[in-house]
Design a protein around this ligand. Structure first.
Ligand SMILES: C[S@@+](CC[C@H](N)C(=O)[O-])C[C@H]1O[C@@H](n2cnc3c(N)ncnc32)[C@H](O)[C@@H]1O
Length: 273
């Protein structure tokens, strides 16, 4: 597998990661549909999908806003932009626009929008406050910015604890920071929103206590499998350590009454003044 031919992004944009993002979206889908509905996304809404990845949320949003509405997806990875365009063609959607751009360097297209949706993106960009400012400028007065960002990544743990998992999690956090991102951006987001003309309407913690049989268990479990390969590719871990993390995950899945706490996500909705 060659991870080095796409632009620099710590999680990568290869095929495994594209599939992982799909499973992640399906695991979170019910939570997200509720979140959008509570924020007011409805038929006819215009929505900017910021850092859309391969477009799993884009497609759901396009179905919700319908032909009278519009979804504009912006994403830097060519692989992911191609995936969105293919999915839009397959679903025969006429209300989606896709733009390949860099959120740090380029202007956001079009607007003003009724809503923006931004999930697990602020935590990867070098200047999240600048992105919040761009999002604010793209919204109409009364428009709403909706975010899902990590608020406390180290809540992610197995019970009983697994030392190899903690070490793996620390590698994830370290490579994330080395690439210029910050996992716990959700904590600073309310301040950036308020500095950029957006009034916070709600902050909801999203954390799950999972058993191996729960579908959502597959979200962190698949992240471990895919990201072990990525950390090896980046030269951060060796195959012996990767095997130990995999066998501890398999043991946790077999152990009676074991469970997992997920990394805390903050669901934040703010309104343009
Ligand atoms: C963890 S993925 C989340 C994707 C999508 N929001 C979702 O929830 O499935 C982060 C996304 O942000 C994109 N991204 C990171 N930095 C970016 C930048 N500077 N400009 C545009 N997109 C960026 C990545 O390419 C990736 O698709």
């Amino acid at each position: 597998m060659n991870y080095s031919n796409e632009r620099d992004y710590v999680l990568g944009t290869h095929e495994d990661e594209l599939e992982r993002l799909g499973l992640q979206h399906r695991a979170w889908r019910e939570v997200v549909l509720d979140c959008w509905q509570n924020a007011g996304v409805t038929a006819g809404s215009s929505v900017l999908d910021v850092g859309a990845g391969p477009g799993y949320a884009t497609l759901d949003l396009a179905q919700i806003v319908g032909p009278a509405g519009k979804v504009v997806a912006v994403e830097r990875s060519t692989n992911f932009v191609n995936a969105i365009n293919n999915a839009v063609r397959t679903a025969e959607l006429s209300n989606v626009e896709v733009h390949e751009l860099d959120l740090m360097k380029d202007d956001l297209p079009g607007g003003p929008y009724d809503f923006s949706w931004c999930r697990w993106v602020l935590c990867f960009v070098s200047d999240p406050n600048l992105l919040v400012k761009k999002i604010s400028n793209a919204l109409r007065p009364g428009g709403r910015a909706i975010f899902h960002e990590y608020g406390h990544y180290t809540t992610w743990e197995f019970v009983p604890a697994r030392a190899s998992h903690e070490e793996f999690r620390n590698h994830v956090i370290a490579t994330w920071r080395e690439s210029g991102g910050e996992p716990d951006t959700g904590q600073q987001l309310p301040r950036w929103l308020s500095n950029n003309g957006l009034a916070v309407r709600s902050i909801v913690p999203r954390i799950f206590c999972l058993s191996p049989g729960d579908y959502m268990w597959q979200w962190p479990a698949q992240f471990i499998q895919v990201h072990l390969l990525r950390l090896q590719e980046l030269g951060k871990i060796d195959s012996g350590f990767a095997d130990k993390v995999r066998s501890d995950l398999a043991a946790a899945e077999k152990e009676n009454a074991s469970f997992m706490l997920t990394p805390l996500v903050l669901e934040i909705v703010a309104e343009k003044r």
